[in-house]
Design a protein around this ligand. Structure first.
Ligand code: COA
Length: 342
């Protein structure tokens, strides 16, 4: 460590930044047309109400931990970090391979890492929650390198007879490696600027998988009644999503004396194009600053932000020095926002 680095650490805490990104999705693509007959819906209805055209659905050979490991390998490769150098693996998921152990330890084993590893349950906000944890660990110096993954196999908790939910969801995984900022990053103001997490349990039942936990253990009857699938009050969730995402982004920006006009990219949870349009309108940010890929992936819950982020970085949309807002809302209700100077 150089003398100037020591001086810097003496006067301010470390910061963290995203060093690499990766994603992995199942090979099978299911288009809206594929769902038309079984769900009595149309491609037109789905596109107009959600913006979704197709989604990836996992085969039995593609469990979540396998997709998560593939995404993690890409992220480690891009970051130039070896799995042995990881100090922490956090996986946001509510569709783990097993109730126990955590998907994070399966990823740890597959990667050959030997660090702390756990899953967190914050539904679609899981990635932003995980990024916040990684930021705290790295900024405090408790971890040097942390892997944050969002992975969901929503097809396993989808009621394939309910056209109001089955059209929305897809499977996939996205990952980032978080590490300490360099002196050069600090000078340029780059890194994870701050994270802001929220929850409101008053709406716990508005987006819920009622069966399959200890309150309503799995039985043949509740599987038959499709109680082990996502139940959603669509309109209520929609309204909360627009309101809470917009306000959390504004307050995160205000904490840094920034305004929506300063944002280069909003990489939001890819739930519904109309939700993103609502957030854009409320915050007076034009839609061309929202990175949108939900047309090809659907809603992949905690995986959606890291998948979108990885795509946008790899296709050159996101450039060094740009200001990004990452924001998500999901079951809980939980929501959150991270400001990142890339
Ligand atoms: C699910 C969602 C697209 C439904 O759109 P909506 O405009 O609220 O539609 P409604 O549920 O009010 O249904 C309106 C009509 O469309 C019908 N409908 C619902 N799904 C349909 C489908 N896939 N195809 C055709 N018709 C459908 C309904 O039966 C209803 O018909 P009716 O008026 O004859 O009763 C919308 O509520 C939504 O996106 N909510 C947020 C979902 C979300 O993003 N959740 C995850 C957040 S993490």
């Amino acid at each position: 460590m150089s003398a100037s680095d020591r001086d810097r650490l003496a006067v301010r805490p470390l910061g963290s930044r995203i060093l690499g990104t990766g994603h992995a999705v199942p090979t099978r693509v299911v288009t809206n047309a594929d769902l038309q007959d079984s769900l009595q819906t149309t491609d037109k209805w789905i596109r107009e109400r959600t913006g979704i055209r197709e989604r990836h659905i996992a085969s039995p050979e593609e469990p979540g931990s396998v997709l998560a490991t593939r995404a993690a390998r890409h992220a480690l490769e891009t970051a130039g970090i070896a799995a042995e150098d990881l100090d922490l693996i956090v996986v946001g998921t509510f569709t783990p391979d097993y109730p126990m152990p955590a998907t994070a330890v399966l990823v740890q084993r597959a990667l050959g890492a030997s660090c702390a590893a756990f899953d967190l349950s914050a539904a679609c906000a899981g990635f932003v929650y995980g990024l916040s944890i990684a930021d705290q660990f790295v900024s405090r110096g408790t971890a040097r390198y942390a892997l944050v993954i969002g992975v969901e196999l929503l097809s396993h908790v989808t009621d394939w007879t309910d056209r109001s939910t089955a059209i929305l969801f897809g499977d996939g995984a996205g990952a980032v490696v978080v590490g300490p900022t360099s002196a050069e990053d600090v000078a340029a103001g780059r890194g994870i600027l701050s994270t802001h997490l929220f929850a409101d349990g008053a709406h716990a039942e508005s987006l819920i998988v009622p069966g399959g936990g200890t309150r309503e253990p799995i039985t043949a009857a509740n599987v038959g009644d499709r109680r082990v699938t996502i139940k959603m009050q669509g309109k209520e969730v929609f309204k909360h999503a627009v309101r809470s995402l917009a306000s959390s982004c504004r307050s995160a920006l205000a904490a840094h004396d920034l305004a929506p006009k300063d944002v280069d990219w909003v990489v939001a949870h890819q739930a519904n194009l109309r939700i993103l349009e609502g957030v854009a309108e409320r915050n007076e940010v034009s839609m061309d600053r929202f990175y949108v890929n939900l047309d090809r992936f659907g809603n992949t819950s905690s995986a959606s932000i890291p998948i979108a982020l990885d795509e946008a970085v790899r296709n050159g949309a996101i450039q060094r020095g740009q200001l990004l807002v990452l924001c998500a809302l999901g079951g809980g209700l939980t929501w959150g926002c991270a400001l990142v100077r890339w």
